[in-house]
Design a protein around this ligand. Structure first.
Ligand code: SAM
Length: 345
């Protein structure tokens, strides 16, 4: 990948923080760098559909990200699809690590991955400047895990990836687990023990209606309240104070202070009022909410020859129109046109 100048943003006039019309400051960008995935998690993908959207060249992601950074984005998370499938991912991280915010600070650089390719990539990613990873893992029991991912032998491979990431210093290492009633909710207590034994932060995420198939129902969601009660029966939990207003997870430690779990409850306790996020899809569309009904074709404008000022003005206008909140569970809820794997989780 050609070396990209970190200074393009700084050649543009300074801009006040990116805000939406609801007064929220947007400082967190999630970028999908591919919608391909090597897992077919049963709650996410039907298993029939592969990649659906094109990918941009590395330089194109960098140019777009740099514009966001010039507008006040301080945290960039690479995701997908499976981001580690993307050729040149280590070089892309290296270029991002060289970027600076208008205040001259490096970015907070994170990645969400299924961990399948992490064992060999953890060291190079850390060396390139990645700060931390979140690994998705929906069971601590190998058979259940492999039933979910639909990839034989995946459990020990991911476990090695997690340990390699921890050893490489991609910490605090978070493990995200989506719980589905009657399917993997028997893993809750095992995950609580896993958090303590492996020195990782396990975060349970309520299942959202973002799957390729039609699986979601309110009954299948295992709520925050239920998770806290269940774990508390064997390992009493103590809630921790939030570190920042936009923190999505409610955090808990165990009564003896060893280990941490978090619960992200977008369904039962929506946190849209504190949302600080915007997303860029693998094909360069801005999504202002996971549940947006419209996408904003930033890349289309770049291809049509828009200059950086024009692209920047388009980003500012688009973010102004960010939705107030999602409508999960309400009669007017409409499933978004893309599922999680094609948006970028
Ligand atoms: N392949 C990477 C991974 O596995 O982490 C990144 C993409 S994946 C779509 C990102 C995250 O979205 C995963 O933690 C996955 O469990 C979560 N996810 C997928 N579908 C979801 C849904 N319907 N509700 C909540 N989380 C979901």
């Amino acid at each position: 990948m050609a070396a990209a100048s970190p200074s393009v943003a700084s050649t543009l006039a300074p801009h006040p923080p990116l805000t939406d019309s609801h007064g929220r400051v947007i400082h967190d960008l999630r970028v999908s760098i591919t919608d391909r995935c090597n897992y077919k998690c049963v709650y996410c993908r039907t298993g029939e559909v592969g990649a659906q959207y094109p990918e941009l060249a590395g330089e194109e992601y960098l140019r777009l990200i740099r514009l966001f950074v010039g507008l006040g984005i301080t945290k960039v998370r690479l995701t997908g699809g499976e981001p580690l499938l993307r050729r040149g991912v280590v070089e892309l991280v290296g270029e991002l690590a060289r970027m600076r915010t208008p205040a001259g600070e490096p970015l907070d650089l994170a990645m969400t991955t299924n961990g399948h390719l992490l064992e060999s990539l953890a060291g190079p990613l850390k060396a390139a400047g990645l700060n931390r990873v979140t690994v998705s893992m929906d069971a601590v029991d190998a058979a259940t895990f492999e039933r979910i991912t639909r990839v034989q032998g995946s459990f020990p491979v991911v476990l090695k990836g997690i340990r390699a990431a921890r050893d490489a210093g991609l910490t605090p290492l978070k493990i995200n687990c989506v719980l589905l009633r009657g399917f993997n909710d028997d893993q809750v207590e095992g995950f609580a023990r896993f958090a303590r034994e492996e020195d990782v932060v396990v975060r349970f995420i309520e299942f959202m209606p973002l799957e390729e198939g039609r699986l979601w129902s309110p009954e299948i969601v295992v709520t925050l309240k239920e998770i806290v009660e269940r774990i508390g029966r064997s390992l009493p939990l103590v809630e921790l104070p939030p570190r920042e207003a936009s923190e999505t997870a409610r955090r808990y430690t165990f009564a003896d202070g060893v280990g941490e779990i978090g619960i992200i409850a977008p369904v039962s306790q929506a946190f849209c009022g504190a949302c600080s996020r915007v997303r860029l899809t693998s094909d360069g569309k801005i999504r202002t909410c996971l549940f947006s009904q419209v996408e904003h074709d930033l890349y289309g404008r770049l291809r049509a020859g828009a200059d950086n000022e024009e692209l920047r003005a388009y980003i500012v206008r688009t973010i102004q129109g960010k939705e107030a909140r999602h409508h999960i569970g309400e009669p007017e809820f409409l499933k978004p046109s893309r599922s999680m794997v094609h948006i970028g989780g």
